[in-house]
Design a protein around this ligand. Structure first.
Ligand SMILES: [Ca+2]
Ligand SMILES: [Ca+2]
Ligand SMILES: [Ca+2]
Ligand SMILES: [Ca+2]
Length: 441
């Protein structure tokens, strides 16, 4: 729980005179509005137990509205996006032109600030981005020259600390990153030493320990497939889900060992994507693309205590799904329709998938999508057009900001104040340009 919430909880307690004092109409002390948070007068953290839209994790001032398209940059590819607790959207991508550079974009829609992260050598095709619990930003990417490797960049203050990790490999693809509760980065990627394009590869894993990067493959000698995704659960266990010619696999690292199970025994051809995330209840969610007959379909899987159950979300020429979890762990899955390259998004509500169309067409090639969902359930998509000289880097969101004078997340002010400095974050209508640092109001 952020300190701001605890502080305002105390403030509200004092204001009301404490539990049991005076007229108490909550005599049973249940969660009266069923928002999962007990009334502050009952020792809980809900500052309004008669309104289910008001509780500490609410997306104060963040609402879902119509879709809107804008450009992050004049071009770019290999894009990834995250949104943090304060509603700040951050993207990583390869900037257009040669040699390649890794670039970072942040800010409110229509007001992007761009920074070069690594302009040293010839970077490759993919980036991924993650934000740690303390607000630290990590970007990983592939490097193609002068040696093959993986780049890791962490933003400390206004500086990027860059590690270029050389690999004895012919190629690496699709690096992904996740951050544990101690702020340590965990990276996975496809790595091949074979001259054959589709030859056997390893689903490699790297983490930073005792001052250096150490590797320990999640799986070796994989044939076919070639796309992995990584997530950390609430116990800091590392999970990697990866594709191969004989299915989709889930590897979990407990202690020094990996244990693996097959999630889906259907063949998943190369280039098919998968995404993994854990919700607050520690239920694992995966979205991936599978080929059924001649057509591709989008599948959602959930991991209960030990076993996966899967369901088809969309079928018939649907590609490149991306998954993000919204408030309460509700999964949102966005994918590309092959016929015309438009987007659709599916949201799980009461056991049903509700689908909305997101226009317009996003390219002439199968584009990739990266998605993040904020505390107000609004989605943020950066569309990777899939070729290196694409003339634009599109961003789509259905977020609207509604400054309503109501403190919906119980931190004492209208908007989200994650660092507890009394100033709400800029994307939620306040004047705090860095809501992860209480020294910068
Ligand atoms: Ca409430
Ligand atoms: Ca508000
Ligand atoms: Ca607030
Ligand atoms: Ca603040």
């Amino acid at each position: 729980m952020p300190p701001a919430v605890m502080r305002s909880g105390l403030g509200v307690l004092l204001l009301f005179g404490g539990c049991g004092g005076g007229h108490d109409y909550h005599d049973d002390c249940s969660d009266a509005d069923s928002d999962g948070h007990m009334d502050v007068r009952c020792g809980g953290d809900d500052c309004d137990d008669a309104n289910a839209a008001i509780h500490p994790l609410a997306g104060d001032n963040l609402r879902v509205g119509d879709w809107k398209l804008e450009l992050v940059d004049e071009g770019g590819y290999g894009a990834a996006v995250v949104v943090d607790v304060s509603g700040v959207v951050r993207a990583s991508y390869m900037a257009p032109g040669t040699p390649g550079r890794v670039r970072y974009a942040t800010g409110a829609p229509d007001n992007w600030e761009l920074e070069d992260v690594d302009a040293e050598g010839d970077v490759g095709t993919y980036t991924a981005i993650a934000v740690g619990a303390g607000g630290s930003v990590h970007i990983v990417y592939d490097i193609v020259a002068p040696v093959v490797g993986v780049g890791h960049a962490e933003r400390l203050g206004d500086e990027w600390i860059v590690d270029r990790i050389e690999r004895a490999a012919l190629a690496i693809r699709e690096p992904k990153v996740a951050i544990d509760s101690n702020g340590t980065a965990h990276i996975t990627f496809y790595e091949t030493r074979s001259a054959e394009g589709g030859g056997p590869h390893d689903q490699q894993y790297l983490t930073y320990r005792d001052g250096s990067w150490v590797d320990h493959p999640a799986a070796e000698g994989i044939v076919g497939g070639g796309s992995g995704t990584i997530a950390i659960d609430g116990s800091d266990a590392v999970h990697v889900v990866f594709t191969s010619g004989d299915g989709l696999h889930h590897a979990v690292r407990t202690g020094a060992d990996w244990s693996e199970q097959t999630l889906d025994a259907e063949g998943i051809p190369g280039g098919r994507s998968a995404w993994l995330a854990f919700d607050d209840a520690q239920l694992g969610h995966v979205a991936y693309e599978r080929v059924a007959g001649e057509e591709s379909e989008v599948v959602h899987g959930t991991l209960g205590s030990d076993t996966w159950t899967t369901e088809v979300v969309a079928r018939g020429g649907v590609r490149k799904p991306t998954l993000a979890l919204g408030p309460g762990g509700a999964p949102q899955i966005t994918y590309v329709i092959e016929d015309g390259w438009t987007l659709e998004r599916a949201i799980s509500e009461s056991g049903k998938w509700l689908v909305d169309a997101i226009g317009p067409s996003v390219g002439a090639d199968p584009p990739s999508i990266s998605m993040a969902v904020d505390a107000g359930a609004a989605a943020h998509l950066v569309i990777d057009p899939g070729w290196s000289d694409a003339p634009r880097l599109p961003y789509l969101t259905n977020r609207i900001v509604d400054i309503d004078g109501i403190d919906e997340n119980c931190d004492g002010i209208d908007g989200i104040d994650a660092d507890g400095d009394g100033h709400a974050s800029a994307p939620t209508g306040g004047d705090d340009p860095d809501d992860g640092d209480p020294s910068i109001p």
